[in-house]
Structure formats: C-alpha cells, structure tokens
Unconditional design. Structure first.
Length: 207
C-alpha cells in the first residue's frame, strides 16, 4: 500500500464520553483462527456462531469506552440501516455514540451531530485526519469497519490497540486483517479472555 488514502478534515464532535489528553485509535474486529475478518462472500454467520451473553458483554464493555465510532462509508451505509431499530445487546451503545465516516466522495453535512442521520465526515490524508481527531478531547476512537479501512489503518501504523474476538473457525480464504503491511508488526499481548463457546478475546498493542 504505497499511496495513503485521501480524506478531508472536518470539525470534531462536541459530545465525548471521557476526556483524555490523547485519544487512542482502537480497532475492534471479529477474526477467524486463520486471520481473516471476512470470508469475502455474503455469508458471514461464522462471526456469530460462537457468541453468547458473555461475549456480547465483553464487546459492549469495550464499545462503552469509545467517544467516537469510526468506519468506512460502505460499512456506515449498512449499519445506518440496521442499528437505529435493532434489538441487540449492542444497539444502545452503537446508537448513542457519535459516528465518524471516512469517505472520498460523501459531502460533509454542515449540521452534523454524529448521529446515524448526520454523521461526521472525514476525507483527505488518512494520517493527517487521524492525528487531527486524536488530538481532540474525548474517549477512544473505535474503528469497526470495513475490512479495507481496517487494513489501511493497520498498514499505516495508526492503530494503538487491537481488540480481536477470535472465533473458533478456520475459513481457509478471505480478507486478511493484516494484508498489506509494509513490514512485520510486532505486538504485545495486553489481555486474553476465553469464553465457553470457544471464542477468545485478545487485546494487543504495538510493541
């Protein structure tokens, strides 16, 4: 990945859950045992087969630390149709937390408030945009999707913490989270928690 994605700076949200001097970029993904975050097909039920109340509670606890949820425009389009009316353990925190959409083409909304209807929009140089938002007060910048956006952040060295829910399944092929790294990325294990359904929550930070 030689060219850095282009995104334009936009105003920061007024609402934030927690104050901090430097916000962290936290990437949360469901991952197969062989390192894929997507099968590359329309069938992604492998993500949910090992889930239970305990895994849901872990994910909600991590999401609750976020002051901003960031995603690519395609993922936003899908999520904006689902979450406002969803009956899910994640719905309350997903709907309450401001959203930041990274898009090359979507125009900025002057009355953006971070809701699903009026998300904050960012376009321009990815490294510059991330630096801009990290410098603002607030809780973690939680990245949820999509796979290409996550790959770009990882390859650019912009992720401060990886929160991976490893599912007990091998896909054999698909979209690899760490595809496109310019060099090996050394990580330090921060925490590990196993669940009765076979999933394991692994938290890593760059070493």
């Amino acid at each position: 990945m030689n060219a850095r994605p282009r995104f334009r700076l936009m105003p920061v949200p007024r609402r934030a859950r927690a104050e901090s001097l430097t916000r962290r970029v936290v990437l949360g993904m469901f991952v197969s045992l062989d390192g894929f975050v997507s099968s590359g097909t329309d069938n992604e039920d492998w993500i949910f087969r090992s889930g239970d109340d305990a895994t849901d509670a872990w994910v909600v606890a991590q999401l609750d630390q976020a002051g901003l949820i960031a995603m690519g425009s395609r993922s936003f389009g899908d999520m904006a149709q689902y979450w406002p009316t969803a009956e899910s353990p994640f719905a309350a925190v997903m709907n309450a937390t401001p959203k930041l959409v990274f898009s090359r083409s979507r125009p900025a909304a002057p009355d953006a408030d971070g809701s699903w209807a009026a998300p904050f929009i960012a376009s321009g140089d990815l490294v510059d945009v991330i630096a801009h938002w990290k410098a603002q007060p607030g809780g973690d910048i939680r990245v949820l999707g999509g796979a290409g956006f996550a790959q770009a952040l990882a390859a650019s060295g912009l992720v401060d913490e990886f929160q991976l829910m490893v599912c007990p399944v091998a896909l054999g092929s698909g979209v690899a989270l760490f595809a496109g790294l310019p060099q090996p990325l050394d990580l330090q294990l921060v925490s590990a928690q196993s669940f009765s359904g076979g999933a394991m929550a692994l938290v890593y930070r760059p070493a």
